[in-house]
Design a protein around this ligand. Structure first.
Ligand code: GLP
Length: 334
């Protein structure tokens, strides 16, 4: 079994564990100021936080998510001071940018909070326990985050839900994740291995997940998957349909479901279109996933489905899923 597959199969258990810590999470979250929130990190950790940032904005709370490396060089401490809470997300707690960010912004430590899978990391040492939210994802072996990505989404949503009036029901999520991984996806892996453009489209809470899918395809399958938000795809990139690409959309029931359906109607005869959805109504080729989950959580099992596909593509292409060729799980050089 590949490292990536091993990690993948442990995800639902990891989610059960993080959900079981909700009382401690809510207790710690009480001391956080949600006036103006920034989430920052690199790679999977950054993309996971984009879900909570859009969830908070959707609930009327001022929240943003920016890549840490860009903040370091192209922003300033004066601007960072304006955030009431800065969430640093890092599964390892050792990424080069994270260490530098903490070092260069020591004056802002009181407004920072760390989300990490490694409570003994260099980053964690800079924070008191009440400012560290552990991911409880267990040992993650592979390059191409799985358990820590999903647990980062769930944990930052748990923290965010504490502040909003919107209650989130996570209880069915682990079962839906396992169901997603039980699909036979060999046909999709074969289609995505062909020498033509692969495009992924999603909106809203799916944008962070879509960017993560792009990263995972690069890290695991060693293939490029282009990601667009549903709206930006219409603003020009639809011309990629000229070469009949494979287009996957993630379209759970929710705010923009109908708009995405319209997009399907407009493009289905110009590409191989597959939609991941929890609606039975669609009239294009669908993979049914995330049954009954609310919009913000529905993208997680969709990601699991894409993980399984990427794992199979990697094996078909002769790569060891979860091992980097040039990349590494922890990047210690900026
Ligand atoms: N190749 C890895 C990515 O897979 C990971 O997402 C990123 C952030 O890692 P961390 O969350 O440990 O800071 O670092 C590396 O570049």
């Amino acid at each position: 079994m590949s490292k990536f597959l091993e990690d993948m199969l442990e995800q639902s258990e990891a989610v059960r564990t993080i959900i079981s810590t909700s009382d401690v999470v809510f207790e710690k979250a009480k001391s956080l100021n949600f006036e103006r929130v920034l989430f920052t990190g690199m790679g999977a950790s950054l993309h996971a936080s984009e879900v909570a940032a859009s969830f908070l904005r959707y609930s009327g709370i001022d929240a943003e998510s920016f890549e840490m490396s860009e903040i370091i060089t192209y922003s300033s401490q004066e601007l960072l001071k304006r955030y009431s809470t800065i969430f640093l997300i890092s599964q390892s707690g050792e990424s080069a940018e994270l260490i530098r960010f903490i070092e260069e912004n020591k004056a802002l430590l009181p407004s920072m909070t760390l989300v990490t899978n490694n409570e003994k990391s260099s980053a964690a040492k800079a924070f008191p326990d009440e400012r560290v939210f552990p991911l409880f994802a267990g040992n993650e072996r592979s390059m191409g985050a799985t358990k820590t990505f999903v647990n980062s989404i769930v944990l930052t949503l748990m923290i965010s839900a504490f502040r909003t009036a919107r209650r989130l029901n996570f209880s069915d999520l682990p079962t839906r994740m396992d169901e997603a991984l039980s699909h036979d996806l060999s046909w999709l892996a074969a289609m995505l291995s062909e020498k033509r453009e692969r495009i992924l489209v999603a909106r809203g809470f799916g944008i962070g997940v879509g960017k993560m899918a792009r990263l995972m395809f690069a890290e695991v399958a060693k293939l490029s998957l282009i990601f667009y938000s549903g709206a930006s795809f219409r603003h020009g990139p639809v011309d990629l349909l000229a070469d009949k690409p494979v287009v996957i959309t993630m379209n759970p029931k929710g705010e923009t479901y109908d708009l995405m359906q319209e997009l399907h109607n407009d493009i289905y005869d110009k590409c191989d279109l597959i939609t991941l959805t929890n609606s039975r109504e669609g009239n294009v080729k669908s993979i049914y996933v995330s049954d009954g989950l609310e919009e913000v959580l529905a993208f997680i099992p969709m990601m699991n489905l894409l993980q399984k596909t990427a794992e199979e593509i990697a094996r078909n292409r002769g790569f060891d899923p979860g091992s980097g060729v040039f990349g590494t799980k922890v990047t210690t050089k900026e």
